[in-house]
Design a protein around this ligand. Structure first.
Ligand code: PAF
Length: 283
């Protein structure tokens, strides 16, 4: 497994693979890998001749009061998991290599970031869009794999591909859960044992919504009220949003008659967690 620490080394590596007519699959991450990331790597491995993993905690996607400085990291463990998953190269850039002094460019999407997490994290998706575009230009992937837990991010990346005429296939990886249903996230590491119990309420509330829909409920408001009161019954929970929305535009729907995205964000203590489910009321 090659480890590339500068963008010029990484770019040369990718250009060499291209000259050899090798295809490149790419999985971008911020490190502190867990089974969710491993599943993205395993999904990507058979799709191309080579598999590149990036580990970069991107400052541009963190707001002023967010967890940039405390974001968990364990590079040794990340490299061991990457090796086991068959990664060909790991890109481990430094902040000032990605954002040199006098960096000026922004990428702003017009409506997808206005919904869901974008409402409480106003600069987050601009930061994701710029770093992913740069990583694509450096790594030159044919295919890139993104997890569906960050559904809004996935939609934004798909839109970015269309808007910027980027010829990279975007593949979605399913949400990987702990045994108790909690969606895997690097941020789960912040949770105390009792917060962990509260964190399970996200997944349980998605199941509650499924049950209500299966019984014929079509009013988002009625379901959201029940989900909210269920979650708020657990200590240290502060609801950010629960939304039933169109899976393409992310705009709220006023009735659940077609497949919808049910997305949720809750703060457990200081830790903000997200989860979602695609629900088809006809099934
Ligand atoms: O999903 C993430 O971990 C990050 O948002 C990404 C895509 C690696 C960009 O920093």
């Amino acid at each position: 497994m090659d480890i590339l620490k500068t963008k010029s080394e990484m770019h040369e590596w990718s250009k060499t693979r291209k000259k050899e007519s090798k295809t490149i699959c790419f999985v971008p991450t911020m490190g502190y890998l867990h089974q969710g990331h491993v599943s993205l790597l395993e999904k990507g491995r058979p799709l191309c001749d080579t598999l590149v993993l990036s580990i970069f905690v991107n400052p541009a996607q963190f707001g002023p009061n967010e967890d940039l400085d405390s974001y968990p990291s364990n590079i040794e463990n990340d490299l061991a998991l990457a090796r086991k998953a068959g990664v060909t190269a790991v890109f481990l850039p430094r902040k000032d290599d990605i954002y040199p002094e006098n960096f000026q460019t922004e990428i702003k999407l017009q409506s997808l970031p206005d919904h869901l997490c974008g409402k409480s994290r106003p600069i987050h998706f601009d930061g994701v869009a710029i770093v992913v575009t740069k990583l694509f230009n450096i790594i030159l992937p044919d295919i890139a794999v993104f997890g569906q837990k960050d559904y809004q991010q996935l939609q934004i990346i798909r839109q970015l591909m269309l808007d910027l005429d980027l010829d990279i296939e975007i593949v979605a990886g399913e949400i990987i859960r702990e045994k108790d249903g909690l969606a895997m996230s690097s941020r789960n590491a912040y949770l105390s044992e009792s917060q962990r119990v509260s964190a399970r309420s996200l997944f349980k509330s998605l199941n509650l919504a499924r049950e209500l829909i299966a019984r014929g409920e079509t009013r988002p408001g009625a379901i959201i009220r029940q989900m909210a009161s269920f979650i708020q019954g657990f200590p240290e929970t502060a609801l950010d949003y629960i939304s039933f929305c169109d899976p393409q535009t992310l705009e709220d729907v006023d009735s659940i008659k077609h497949p919808v995205l049910l997305a949720i964000a809750v703060k457990i203590g200081k830790t903000r967690l997200i989860d979602n489910a695609l629900i088809d009321p006809s099934q």
